[in-house]
Design a protein around this ligand. Structure first.
Ligand code: BTN
Length: 262
């Protein structure tokens, strides 16, 4: 493992306590970061790996993590886990901002699948944990940065895409990471200070799920409805007919019209 410094020009006051630990291969950066959290590490640790042998996606899916991608996890120490939904939206916006800097337009399928023309360019897995009376959050972010098409296995080759494929250029991992972290901590600071109107507005602009008829699989069952908004805590607001609205804080969204993942 090596530690590296962040570029101070890209960071604002809040990130002065950021420490980046870089590994060659780990099972999952979320798992390594959890180990640090349980050992008492402070907020602001960033675990980066060149490859992951057991990269994890949402809903226990496997996350392919070949060399060339940017795979990392940020350790946070929130005072409660209430704002985890918003934190995950903030990570999505930070990724969109960093990607769009390279002229690639992307959108977010709620909550934070990063899509370019329907193909997956990145994903975010936020996990929360409690230890005694303190909490930690692991914000795991995967960006398909400099990955050639044939590095993905055949089953996802047509549904995944990398920034390298979209821009035909190799992007510096370090500067992409520093830029994304700069955006993320600015947004996280706004969550901590309770000023989330701008964040939610920016999220709504980036979110491709709004207005769509969708099916949402949740741990409590399946809900069909039309996405009519994003609530103040980051939940999806669904019009489920007969004048009723339902909030969903955690679920997997599929578009009903296109029968593809919305
Ligand atoms: C998803 O879209 O299903 C979420 C994918 C999250 C992948 C990232 S890569 C870095 C971090 N470590 C993991 O094992 N998963 C996240």
């Amino acid at each position: 493992m090596v530690s590296r410094d962040l570029n101070p020009n890209r960071l604002s006051r809040h990130e002065s306590n950021l420490r980046v630990h870089c590994f060659v291969t780990v099972s999952s950066t979320n798992d390594v970061a959890r180990g640090y959290a349980l050992a008492g590490e402070e907020e602001g640790l960033v675990v980066v790996a060149e490859t992951q042998t057991h990269g994890k996606g949402r809903w226990e899916r496997r996350w392919q993590s070949p060399k060339g991608g940017l795979w990392f996890t940020v350790l946070l120490r929130p005072s409660s886990l209430e704002r985890l939904g918003l934190t995950s939206l903030a990570a999505g916006i930070a990724a969109v901002r960093a990607i769009e800097f390279f002229g690639v337009s992307v959108n977010l399928k709620w909550p934070n699948d990063i899509l370019s023309d329907g193909r997956k360019l990145g994903g975010i897995l936020v996990e929360g944990g409690t230890q005694g009376d303190s909490h930690y959050a692991l914000v795991g972010i995967g960006i398909n940065l400099n990955i050639p098409k044939d590095a993905f296995s055949e089953d996802i080759r047509e549904t995944a895409v990398s920034l390298f494929e979209l821009t035909s250029s190799t992007i510096s991992q370090d500067s992409f990471l520093d830029t994304l972290l700069g955006h993320f901590f600015e947004l996280y600071q706004s969550i901590l200070s309770g000023q989330t109107d701008n964040l939610l507005e920016e999220y709504r602009r980036a979110c491709s799920s709004l207005g769509k008829k969708v099916r949402v699989e949740t741990s409590q069952g399946t809900i069909d409805g039309t996405v009519v908004g994003i609530a103040h805590d980051g939940a999806l607001l669904l019009d489920i007919g007969e004048g009723m609205t339902q909030n969903v804080l955690c679920g997997e969204v599929t578009s009903l019209r296109e029968r593809t993942r919305a």
